[in-house]
Write a protein that binds this ligand. Structure first.
Ligand SMILES: [Zn+2]
Length: 263
């Protein structure tokens, strides 16, 4: 094959793989939704086997109440999201492709109100809606063709398996955080803010969450808290999007969206 042909084919391939994030950023994606959802679901079920699940009906009802309200306005093609509360003191929450959300009980001690939990869940759901895992896995696949994602799923304890878990945003679960990049974080923050507001949660509480966070985030690694931009930077950016978020919030209230999740 001539070099020119290779270049043309490669370019075509990359063009075909390019998509656009919900906020308009162009994305490089090699995996199909089905493949990625399968990987996320598999990884999630392995975490469920390894980690104690919180059985308290009261706590589960509360977390599901907040998550359901956020998911209802997410326009996600996945209809049956699974929300699991894990008994774990670390301040963490995560969401993986395939519609799986994990919330650690440690997070519930830090988020003082339903609106603050909604801020965290909105952010995590946004990572999934914007397909950030697909981008990370795709970049890794493009760099390292040897990684056979289907094979490594059978053994998440292998180095490749751990790498895959990290790419899915599950760093804390395997003891090593791979931060989402700055673009992913900004996007998840902005989308998450709008999501919580559209669900009828007060978006200003996201700022309060970050203000409280300085003292209480602990030392445990966590996708949401340890790997993210400095609190001040984040609060500044959230404030820049607050007017728009408040409009969504007022509209949600006017249309009767008034979540009352308690525990
Ligand atoms: Zn994040």
């Amino acid at each position: 094959m001539s070099k020119i042909l290779v270049v043309i084919l490669t370019t075509l391939f990359i063009l075909i793989s390019c998509a656009t994030s919900p906020l308009g950023r162009s994305q490089f994606k090699l995996m199909s939704d089905d493949e990625l959802n399968g990987m996320g679901s598999e990884a999630f079920s392995q975490i469920k086997q390894k980690t104690r699940v919180e059985k308290s009906k009261r706590i589960n009802r509360y977390v599901n109440c907040v998550a359901d309200a956020v998911l209802l306005v997410s326009n996600s093609p996945i209809k049956n999201w699974e929300v699991v509360v894990f008994r774990d003191k670390s301040v963490n929450a995560f969401a993986v492709p395939g519609g799986k959300i994990g919330v650690h009980t440690g997070l519930l001690k830090i988020t003082k109100k339903q609106d603050q939990l909604a801020a965290v869940l909105g952010h995590e759901v946004a990572h999934v809606l914007a397909d950030h895992s697909n981008e990370r896995v795709s970049q890794e696949l493009a760099l390292q063709q040897s990684m056979n994602v289907v094979q490594v799923l059978g053994n998440v304890q292998s180095p490749e398996g751990k790498q895959l878990m990290r790419l899915l945003g599950l760093g804390a679960e395997v003891g090593l955080i791979l931060p989402y990049n700055r673009f992913h974080e900004n996007e998840a923050d902005e989308m998450g803010l709008y999501l919580m507001a559209k669900a009828g949660f007060d978006p200003r509480e996201s700022i309060r969450l970050w203000e409280n966070m300085g003292q209480g985030s602990g030392k445990q690694p966590s996708e949401f808290f340890s790997t993210h931009p400095a609190h001040e930077t984040r609060i500044k950016r959230l404030n820049q999007n607050m007017n728009r978020a408040m409009q969504f919030y007022q509209k949600a209230k006017a249309s009767g969206k008034n979540p009352r999740c308690r525990w």
